[in-house]
Design a protein. Structure first.
Length: 106
């Protein structure tokens, strides 16, 4: 099945503690059905010192979000939209925003 959300896409969170917030996808894990979004679903990680170069401490890192809780932002309006697929005349399959009909992959 083709990926509706890919690395580098701008998305909006639909549910949870970060509902309504927007960010860029850092990494997609299709087997798990999850994605990492920059600045979304932050958690604290207690890190031990790793020798002289890396001190220990508490770090905030992104935890993964389920793909069903993310909506791609329409490139035309900037609002969340569903994603469809369309085959162009040259045979290339592209993602299309359902709300505006705008092609996402140029």
């Amino acid at each position: 099945m083709a990926a509706k959300i890919r690395k580098g896409d701008r998305v909006q969170v639909l549910t949870g503690k970060d509902k309504g917030r927007q960010g860029e996808v850092i990494r997609v894990m299709p087997d798990a059905g999850r994605a990492l979004v920059q600045g979304i679903n932050l958690m604290k990680k207690h890190q031990k010192p790793q020798g002289m170069g890396k001190p220990g401490g508490i770090q905030e890192i992104e935890a993964s979000v389920d793909l069903s809780n993310l909506a791609l932002l329409d490139p035309k309006s900037g609002k969340p939209t569903r994603v469809g697929f369309k085959v162009l005349e040259d045979g290339k399959k592209v993602r299309v925003a359902k709300a505006s009909g705008e092609v996402i992959d140029a």
